[in-house]
Design a protein around this ligand. Structure first.
Ligand SMILES: [Zn+2]
Length: 369
């Protein structure tokens, strides 16, 4: 457990926010040192100034990749107060930015790969460490899978859920911006203008009708949702605004698809001439595969180590799992015990990180037999 704690303390001390490419470089450099063990082959990448590292247990990855498992982690974090980069331990808890999301799980995976290599074990494993997950993964997991051609038979992503439960499904997402052009006029002569803000609001209320109203009857809220997250428009109280723009965030569960949601928006926009739109983010749904052999073996390992049957969870937010799912690679997302991600009070339970390590080992034993 000490080694995991030591790795984690050091990982937290790097200020790996999106604006600090130098720190992202440094943390990847340090991971290369940790993973510089006989039996591990390293591949380093830099796309759009975002470094990443792939460590694999075998050099014959191309031949092996259909039978392999990827462990996936990101070392970047969301912005934080300066003191959050000084990890603080109180009892069993370690406080600091990224403790749970997800430097804690990364410390476990780094320790796991080091230990397996030192023991001379080769289970056809890959470790993917990236530095741009919090800003969309275009230069991280998406780049490594789509541009560099990495792949696997199964991906384990300890970046969601809680208390060792297993997340197998995720909602998809579509973020988009709508712009309206109107006609300016004096606020006292509204009939001479065309109000761009009102135009977007009318579209918004029409779109909103397509989504269930809250409170709804589904306690899991496993239904599509719409958020109007950003709105810009208007210059002065007595001017009819001639420009406005808004950004929307739609989440949708299986069996809906990205294209279906896109068509829905496009069809509605057709009845609002004068509005233009552009898509900012696309994420397909991740469909649960509880019958998958790896999933079943993993869940059995959790049960064996913790003595509890893990629940199967669904995630409302998107993780890097979506890029694997797009390639048809089954995934499993999990978390140790912790809390406060993206807040000032982020923490992880240190014994739980060791439990996660034991679960991974148990799982790998199961897979090997
Ligand atoms: Zn609901």
């Amino acid at each position: 457990m000490e080694e995991i704690t030591e790795i984690l303390k050091e990982l937290v001390s790097y200020q790996t926010v999106a604006s600090r490419n130098d720190e992202l470089e440094r943390v990847i450099e340090r991971c290369c040192e940790w993973l510089n063990v006989k039996g591990i082959c390293q591949y380093r990448y830099a796309s759009g100034d975002k470094p990443s590292l792939i460590a694999v247990q075998t050099v014959k990855w191309e031949e092996e990749k259909k039978r392999s498992i990827f462990f996936v982690g990101h070392l970047d974090v969301v912005d934080a107060e300066p003191e959050q980069f000084h990890p603080r331990i109180e009892g069993n808890k370690l406080w600091g930015r990224g403790a749970l999301d997800m430097k804690g799980p990364c410390a476990v995976m780094i320790h796991l790969f080091r230990t397996l290599a030192q023991e001379g074990k080769n289970s056809r494993l890959g470790l993917m460490l990236t530095t741009d997950e919090e800003i969309g993964s275009a230069n991280g997991v998406e780049y490594l899978l789509k541009q560099e051609g990495w792949g696997a038979h199964f991906a384990l992503i300890p970046d969601g859920g809680y208390d060792f439960h297993t997340v197998l499904a995720e909602k998809g997402a579509i973020h988009f911006r709508v712009k309206a052009k109107g006609k300016a006029a004096h606020g006292s002569r509204t009939w001479e203008g065309k109000n761009a803000i009102e135009h977007i609001m009318e579209f918004y209320y029409a779109l909103k009708k397509e989504f269930p109203a809250e409170p709804c009857s589904d306690a899991q809220h496993w239904h599509p949702t719409l958020n109007l997250g950003k709105f810009l428009g208007g210059k002065k109280v007595n001017i009819v605004p001639d420009e406005a723009e808004a950004e929307f965030d739609i989440r949708f569960p299986d069996p809906l698809t990205f294209d279906q949601m896109k068509d829905k928006i496009e069809n509605l926009l057709n009845s609002f001439p004068g509005l233009n739109w552009e898509i900012l983010t696309r994420a397909e749904v991740v469909i649960a595969q509880p019958e998958n052999t790896y999933v079943q073996k993993y869940r059995k390992a959790v049960e064996k180590v913790t003595g509890k049957t893990p629940e199967i969870l669904k995630e409302h937010g998107a993780t890097d799992a979506r890029f694997f799912a797009e390639l048809g690679i089954p995934i499993l997302i999990t978390y140790p015990i912790g809390g406060g991600i993206h807040t000032r009070e982020e923490w992880v339970d240190l014994p739980a990180l060791f439990t996660l390590y034991q679960i991974f080992r148990e799982f790998l034993n199961e897979v090997a037999t």
